[in-house]
Design a protein around this ligand. Structure first.
Ligand SMILES: *[C@@H]1O[C@H](CO)[C@@H](O)[C@H](O)[C@H]1NC(C)=O
Ligand SMILES: *[C@@H]1O[C@H](CO)[C@@H](O)[C@H](O)[C@H]1NC(C)=O
Length: 231
């Protein structure tokens, strides 16, 4: 009996070690199949590739956030992607990602590469912490674009260069470049920042992690990458 209990507890320990990440279901729905963009989605991107990308993006994000255990991950079980007739590019909420068929229809370059990058950005919104609603929107968007940058799916030609922008929390590419600089000062900085944003947000998190306040970091960053002005 004692042996049996020992084996059982060993087995349970082993099972919990093996079950590192939780399983996620991915569902893709094209609601725009008979429009130009909807047809282009089917022809040039497709349901199978999208599902595979959603899954790869999730693995990549958990790795970059250092959340390899299910206990550290947001407890979302299912992510649904919709291709919709709508304005704008894309948004994520409540386990759903919506991508504009109109945008897919008019995009002039490699549309599959572009939508892959968009999916990495939106998938980051699915898994990142938002400081319980208190974090600046620009930081949330900056972290999503930081993930896209690190995954090598950023449209570099359309992005600002390092050192460009007016404020650290301007959002998107500007904040992504700044976070990349912060992460170069301390490897794993973005993962640590995201972990701290689980329950709340305070600019002092930058001081906790890097020993300097965020405005000083922004000043140093701007000095390190001077913007060259051509007259
Ligand atoms: C697309 O199909 C839906 C129903 O399947 C229909 O209501 C709609 O009118 C169609 N749109 C176009 C542009 O053909
Ligand atoms: C943010 O952190 C600073 C320094 O720890 C603290 O003085 C301040 O009260 C905090 N602000 C909020 C809103 O919690």
């Amino acid at each position: 009996m004692a042996h049996y209990m020992l084996y059982l507890s060993l087995l349970l320990t082993l099972a919990s070690l093996l079950q590192s990440s939780h399983a996620v279901d991915y569902v893709v729905t094209n609601n725009a199949g008979n429009t130009t963009g909807g047809a282009r989605f089917n022809n040039e991107i497709g349901e199978a590739y999208s599902k595979q990308t959603l899954s790869s993006a999730t693995d990549f994000i958990w790795r970059i956030f250092q959340q390899t255990n299910a206990a550290d991950q947001k407890n979302t079980q299912k992510v649904s992607l919709f291709i919709d007739n709508m304005d704008g590019v894309a948004y994520a909420s409540n386990g759903e990602i919506h991508v504009s068929a109109n945008y897919i229809g008019v995009y002039s370059d490699d549309v599959r590469g572009e939508i892959t990058g968009v999916l990495y950005h939106e998938m980051t919104h699915i898994w990142q912490w938002n400081g319980n609603g208190q974090a600046p929107g620009g930081l949330i968007e900056g972290i999503a674009d930081y993930v896209r940058l690190k995954a090598n799916y950023a449209p570099i030609d359309h992005w600002v260069k390092a050192g460009q922008g007016n404020r650290w929390d301007q959002g998107f590419d500007v904040t992504a470049r700044f976070l990349d600089y912060c992460n170069s000062l301390r490897n794993g900085f973005v993962a640590e920042l995201n972990k701290k944003m689980k329950d709340g947000y305070n600019d002092s998190y930058f001081v906790d992690l890097l020993g300097q306040n965020v405005n000083q970091l922004w000043t140093d960053y701007k000095a390190k990458f001077p913007t060259i002005l051509l007259y």
